[in-house]
Design a protein around this ligand. Structure first.
Ligand SMILES: [Zn+2]
Ligand SMILES: [Zn+2]
Length: 173
């Protein structure tokens, strides 16, 4: 499998690196990073001050290669009625997007001695693994340690691991 990471907007090198390493660790895939793309300004909703998520997937589809494409962007995304999303995937398999915007939110768990940058890096890997999992046909998993568990808030992202549980693995590997 080939995965193209498509940066949209100003994506730091560390984020590209974490996304690549998370994908390589979990999936049997070749990962490349495409050239940075412009933020699709027509996706901006001035009332919400957020961007619609779907056009970012379209940009990634156009800019990526022939395999799976994952857009990564620092801007804040929403989808339909949800206040925000960490990511979104098309079920037809070809594209998905991850926004790092809300992954920088500090968790109120107070559980960790780890630095904010390490926690952020973990979240980026988990969410990229999650969205690519959807493009491979995986649905949300009931195991809250699995990267495919539904995690609408950072506390849930922090609780899960960056790998797939055994049953999700068997479906895709
Ligand atoms: Zn999901
Ligand atoms: Zn699972």
């Amino acid at each position: 499998m080939r995965v193209d990471i498509v940066p949209i907007g100003d994506v730091p090198a560390t984020v590209k690196r974490e996304a690549s390493s998370g994908l390589r660790r979990v999936y049997d895939c070749e990962v490349s990073v495409a050239a940075a793309q412009d933020v699709p300004e027509d996706a901006y909703d001035s009332g919400r001050r957020q961007y619609r998520a779907e056009p970012f997937i379209e940009v990634a589809r156009r800019a990526g290669g022939g395999g799976k494409n994952v857009a990564v962007t620092p801007v804040d995304l929403f989808y339909r009625q949800r206040n925000y999303v960490f990511g979104l995937a098309y079920l037809d398999g070809r594209g998905c997007v991850v926004s790092t915007h809300r992954l920088q939110t500090s968790s109120d768990g107070g559980f960790s001695q780890r630095s904010a940058s390490d926690i952020f890096a973990d979240r980026v890997r988990k969410e990229v693994v999650h969205e690519i999992g959807h493009t491979l046909g995986l649905e949300h998993c009931d195991n809250n340690r699995c990267a495919m568990s539904f995690s609408p808030q950072v506390t849930q992202v922090d609780r899960k691991e960056e790998t797939l549980c055994g049953s999700c693995q068997r479906l895709v590997l």
